[in-house]
Design a protein around this ligand. Structure first.
Ligand code: ADP
Ligand code: MG
Length: 243
């Protein structure tokens, strides 16, 4: 489903940083991959390259057989296929919950209004927030906003879902409700790449865990491997700090 080969990404401003250094990775359909690593290790850049919010400088990224770095590839199609959920929710503040989940369907997916609204309500129901359909994001808790953001991404019928620290901005009591929605999605067979420090989630849901440091994938393995038998010294240090 996702095939990443020899990807490099350098930022030049404010100073030169090699955010991704020769990253290669393969994700099968239905796999859940949790990406961990210290701050600044390139986790967000890796995710953002997968839906071309950032453009890799070199290498190859295939999503379901589509070469997303090919200039001929329709970037809107890539963004529809690869949904993303951010730490900071990024909902449209001037639109209601329902409108947040319909706007992409009507404008990008070219669905009719009625069909879009029906699909939105189904998804809001699925994430347990249909009762707030007419509210504005500012009237919701963080956990509720994040569940709306997940529904909004799902409304585009993505083939892959990317989550960049989806629970990091939440009060502790709201983390569970968002992780539960993600767990349900994983169970349904969604291909997911999740950057998170929630090791309980990794242990329970991840098929593979990827540890990144200084722009490189340093270690890959099952949760079992990471939590019982990590090999790399940097992995061990990182896990000792967060567990
Ligand atoms: P992580 O998500 O693991 O904390 P990031 O992918 O955000 O790491 O960042 C990796 C490196 O790239 C860091 O040194 C960061 O400062 C740099 N970086 C990320 N995004 C940008 C950007 N838009 N412009 C300049 N530098 C960036
Ligand atoms: Mg990040």
């Amino acid at each position: 489903m996702i095939d990443v080969k020899n990807v490099y990404k350098t930022f030049f401003v404010p100073h030169e940083v090699q955010a991704l250094h020769d990253v290669s990775y393969h994700i099968n359909p239905g796999e859940v991959v949790v990406v961990i690593g210290p701050s600044g290790s390139g986790k967000s850049t890796f995710l953002r390259c997968l839906n071309r919010l950032e453009k890799a400088n070199s290498g190859h990224i295939m999503i379901d057989g589509v070469d997303i770095l090919d200039p001929k590839t329709n970037i809107n199609k890539v963004r529809m296929d690869v949904g993303m959920v951010f730490q900071s929710f990024n909902l449209f503040p001037h639109l209601t919950v329902l409108e947040n989940v319909t706007v992409g369907q009507t404008s990008v997916r070219k669905r009719g209004k009625k069909e879009s609204a029906e699909k939105a309500m189904t998804l809001l129901n699925k994430v347990g927030i249909h009762a707030k359909a007419e509210n504005y994001p500012g009237q919701l808790s963080g956990g509720q906003m994040q569940r709306v953001a997940i529904a909004r991404a799902l409304a585009m019928d993505p083939k892959v879902m990317l989550f960049d620290e989806p629970t990091s901005a939440l009060d502790p009591e709201m983390v569970g409700e968002v992780l539960d929605v993600m767990k349900a999605l994983a169970k349904e067979g969604m291909t997911m790449v999740v950057v998170t420090h929630e090791m309980g989630f990794a242990r329970e849901v991840a098929d593979q865990v990827v540890f990144m440091d200084e722009g490189k994938i340093v270690e890959v393995g099952t949760p079992e491997h990471f939590f019982t038998n990590p090999q790399n010294d940097r992995t061990k240090l990182f896990l000792s700090q967060i567990l």
